[in-house]
Each structure stands twice: as structure tokens, then as C-alpha cells.
Design a protein around this ligand. Structure first.
Ligand code: UTP
Length: 481
């Protein structure tokens, strides 16, 4: 925006009116102090804001806190296909998925526009060293799945990467430095997600980052469903013949970026409209902080863990499993048609979620910088899973946890680099043990070593080539295959 802006000496009157009409005129308090270049950039930024929508957003999400009352709804488990349930034919769905992938109808898609504030890493999260042994960047680990699928299914698979205005150029530079991880440059497509203004928590006024810039935040992973359309990525998919999008987050190095069984279930399973499907893991601990996929009043959707009452979270089925056990991995299959339909009429129709954050800003009256010690701002984000209830039928594919899920969210503890490393090791250990390799384990049963298996070596135990197999693993050893 800054580069493209034309220098100016005045705020266009129509823009001034639009801003005043919705009570946000404080935004223009300092325009007289800006240079023509600064003002041009500011006007360009202001023009991107949908001011007419601001009063409703403030009323609904800043002044109020939307709540979900589970007691008011009929909540049941979704239609699920579990990896260990022999009643459905896995091979049939593998074949269906493999056919779609081979025909070039499936694209990989990674949302990488987040700010990664919990991890506290300085840079796009995809550049974070995620490999348990190799320290490979997360982007490299995902790229290997795309490389594997291209080879396995002998087809060009485009990989779309969504960034945000805050990390777009750094991400592109990183891919350049790494020669696109061996993928053809034309098959890696970057596009930016949108931004939302950040609001003052007390007043509902849009926060000013400086005298000539409003404070914004990326509009959430749900913003991907809009950005796919507005950026032209969807049209690019169409021109390549892509019909289905395999959606993964950047911070899960175990995600099978292209999974034939999941593709096949999404496209062909009974109960699936082939619009949007979810990969889940069985929730074991009722207190686990993961959203669950459930049918709410007959519509599949996600109930966030914070919205799930303790008794419902702990309720069990006759077989002893949790009644609502479909833990969301944030891995989805989404059809191109569905994303197009969502964008018809201009508004996605997804709700916003509010998060209270510390947002550095200036005082809109005095211009003094404020570095808040406590949350002062409300950020509004859309979540991709809110599109699930907009489908006409959605299914879940339950996979084994270590097979697909080792997210890196926090600096320490659950979902941290250390827990991801342990899960990557556990998955590799199981694959090796299934092939007769002895893996040293400690008294508590966890592997006494660090292991990492690239999808380019194997994507399951049976895949492990005999000559790659170690004869022995010694306690404390680090081994990458
Ligand atoms: P998270 O919800 O974990 O958020 O994103 P985050 O921004 O990465 O991390 P925190 O909350 O600041 O610590 C899950 C996935 O969605 C992407 C992230 O890049 C990650 O892959 N995401 C999130 C976006 O692409 N855009 C967003 O606006 C938010």
C-alpha cells in the first residue's frame, strides 16, 4: 500500500464523510502533520476499510462478547470415518483420492499468515526449525509432502501459500533462498490475506498505530476463504483444473499435506457434500484444549473448547470413548466450488471472533505513544472452521494422533517445539518397531532417542525401504531418515 500510494495533500471529502458518519473521525486528527507521501499512504489504507460495517462490528464484538450456550442446542457427534474402524473400505477411498490427485484435481494449501505470538519467534512461523533432528524449517517439511505426492502420483501439484501483509515479502524471500525447496517456482503460489482494523477495547474506536496509519491485524485463517477469491488464487486453480484444496496450517510438521484417503473420503463418502471435510484426532482427555467437531442442531461445526461445558466435554459413549471426541486438527479438504459459492454476494458470511490483545498505539487526542501493559485492543478474526455449517453435508476422518498432529504453537509445554519433537520421534519409533527395529525406550515408555523420518523416505511403516533401516538405535541417539 505504501509503495503504490499517490502523494496527496488532502483527505478526499467522501472518505472524510464515510469516516465521520460512523463516528471514527479521530482517525483524521493528525492528517495535517503528515507529508504528502505519508498522507497518500494513509488515505490508501483508509480506502481499504469497510467503514459502513464498523458500527455493527463494534456493537456485536467489541461492546459485547458473543456467547455460545450449549444447553440451547441439540449436540451430537458428526458422521465419522475412523482409521481403526473396519466397517468402511479404506482402499476404495485411497483409490478414489489417488485418481483425483493423479488427474491434477487437488492442490495443496497452507495458511501461513498468522503472527505466531505465542511461540514468540521472530519471523514467519514457516521459517521456524521444526524438524526433530534436522531442524528443517516447517516450510521445508511441508514442501517434502508436496514433493512426495508429485512423485508418487506423477503429476504437478500446485502449492498455494497464504501470507499476511506483515510477513509476505519475508516469506517469499525465504522460499527464494531455499530454491523453493526443490519445487518448480511456478507451482508455488503466494497470496496475501486481508487485514482488519484493531479496536480500542473500551471505546470501540479504531486504534491508530501512528499518526498516519491505523493498527490492523490479519483477518484470521478464515480470511483465507475470502483471500483465495480476491487474490485470484481460485481462478488460478480453475485454470489448472484443480477442484479440491488440501488445507493445512503451517505449524503442524506431521500434517500429511496431500492424503489420498482423506481426499477420497471428502470427495466420495456417504454424507459428504464434497464441500468441506475435516481430519480429526480422538480426544482422550476431556480437558484437552482442542475444539471438537460436532453436529449442532443438525449442522456440522466446531465447538471451541472454551464453549464446551465440563459435563458435556466429559460425557462418554457406551464404548467408553468421549461422546464428543472429534478433536479438530485444522486439516481440511475444501472444494473450489464451495469457496466460490461462499464469495458470491460479496460477504463470506463467517462470524468474527474477538481476542483481547496488547496493541501498541498512539493516544488519538494527544498523539502520545502507548505501549500497553494490559490488553487494550480487540482484534477480530474469522476462523476457517466456521464455514463447516455452511456446507450441505460434512464428514470427519479420524486419524491416529501421532500420524498427523504435532503442532508447534507455544514456546514450552503442550504444542511446543519439544512436544512436537517427541511426537515426531514417537511416530518414527512406531514405524521402525513395526518393521522389527528395536527402539530404546525409557521406563515411562517414551523413546530414548530423537527420530525424524522425511516423507521422501517413507509415509508409513510399510514404505520404509529396507536399505534405509538402521540396524540398531542406541540410547540417546539422534537419527534422521
Ligand atoms: P493460530 O491460530 O495458531 O495463530 O494459527 P498464530 O497467529 O499462528 O499464532 P498466535 O495465536 O499468534 O500464537 C493457526 C494457523 O492459521 C494461520 C497461522 O499461520 C497458522 O498456520 N493463520 C492464523 C493465518 O494464516 N492467518 C491469520 O490471520 C491467523
Amino acid at each position: 500500500v505504501t509503495d503504490a500510494a499517490t502523494p496527496t495533500t488532502a483527505v478526499p471529502p467522501t472518505l472524510r464523510d464515510r469516516i465521520a458518519t460512523v463516528g471514527q473521525e479521530h482517525l483524521l486528527n493528525f492528517v495535517d502533520e503528515l507529508t504528502p507521501e505519508q498522507l497518500g499512504a494513509f488515505v490508501a489504507q483508509l480506502e481499504t476499510i469497510d467503514f459502513e460495517r464498523v458500527p455493527r462490528l463494534v456493537e456485536e464484538y467489541v461492546n459485547a462478547k458473543p456467547t455460545f450456550d450449549a444447553a440451547q442446542h441439540d449436540i451430537t457427534p458428526p458422521t465419522a470415518f475412523a482409521f481403526d474402524d473396519p466397517s468402511w473400505n479404506r482402499d476404495r477411498f485411497y483409490d478414489r483420492g489417488a485418481e483425483l490427485i493423479s488427474d491434477g484435481k487437488v492442490a495443496a494449501f497452507t495458511v501461513a499468515g498468522g503472527q505466531g505470538s505465542r511461540l514468540g519467534y521472530d519471523g514467519p512461523k514457516g521459517c521456524f526449525p521444526g524438524g526433530a533432528v534436522t531442524g528443517k524449517p516447517l516450510f521445508a517439511m511441508l514442501a517434502e509432502w508436496v514433493l512426495w505426492a508429485r512423485k508418487r502420483f506423477e503429476t504437478d501439484i500446485p502449492w498455494y501459500v497464504m501470507t499476511s501483509p506483515l510477513n509476505h515479502q519475508t516469506t517469499i524471500d525465504f522460499f527464494d533462498e531455499h530454491a523453493h525447496f526443490g519445487l518448480p517456482r511456478e507451482d508455488v503460489v503466494f497470496f496475501q490475506q486481508g487485514a482488519m482494523p484493531s479496536f480500542d477495547m473500551r471505546t470501540g474506536r479504531i486504534l491508530l498505530k501512528s499518526k498516519g496509519e491505523i493498527a490492523t491485524n490479519p483477518d484470521g485463517h478464515g480470511g483465507s476463504l475470502r483471500a483465495l477469491h480476491t487474490s485470484g488464487a481460485l481462478a488460478d486453480m480453475r485454470s489448472r483444473g484443480v477442484e479440491h484444496i488440501s488445507y493445512v496450517q503451517v505449524d503442524n510438521p506431521l500434517a500429511r499435506v496431500i492424503d489420498p484417503v482423506f481426499v477420497g473420503l471428502h470427495a466420495g463418502a456417504e454424507g459428504s457434500s464434497a464441500e468441506m471435510s475435516t481430519k480429526v484426532i480422538a480426544k482422550i482427555d476431556p480437558a484437552e484444549k482442542v475444539g471438537v467437531i460436532a453436529d449442532v442442531d443438525g449442522k456440522t461445526g466446531v465447538i471451541e473448547y472454551s464453549d464446551l461445558p465440563d459435563d458435556l466435554a466429559a460425557k462418554r459413549s457406551d464404548n467408553g470413548d468421549l461422546f464428543l471426541k472429534a478433536g479438530n486438527t485444522a486439516i481440511h479438504m475444501i472444494s473450489v466450488d464451495f469457496v466460490e459459492r461462499l464469495n458470491q454476494g460479496g460477504s463470506l458470511g463467517l462470524p468474527f471472533h474477538r481476542a483481547e490483545k496488547k496493541v501498541p498505539c498512539i493516544d488519538p487526542d494527544s498523539g502520545t505513544p502507548i505501549n500497553p501493559a494490559e490488553p487494550n485492543g480487540v482484534k477480530l478474526e474469522m476462523f476457517v472452521f466456521d464455514a463447516l455449517p455452511l456446507t450441505t453435508g460434512s464428514i470427519v476422518y479420524e486419524v491416529e494422533r501421532v500420524d498427523d498432529f504435532a503442532p508447534i504453537k507455544n514456546a514450552e509445554g503442550t504444542d511446543s517445539p519439544a512436544s512436537s519433537k517427541a511426537l515426531q520421534t514417537e511416530r518414527a519409533a512406531r514405524w521402525l518397531e513395526a518393521r522389527g527395529v528395536a527402539v530404546p525406550r525409557t521406563a515411562d515408555g517414551s523413546p530414548d532417542c530423537t527420530l525424524e523420518i522425511s516423507p521422501l523416505t517413507a509415509t508409513c511403516s510399510e514404505d520404509l525401504p529396507g536399505d534405509a533401516m538402521p540396524r540398531e538405535i542406541t540410547p540417546g541417539q539422534s537419527l534422521a531418515l
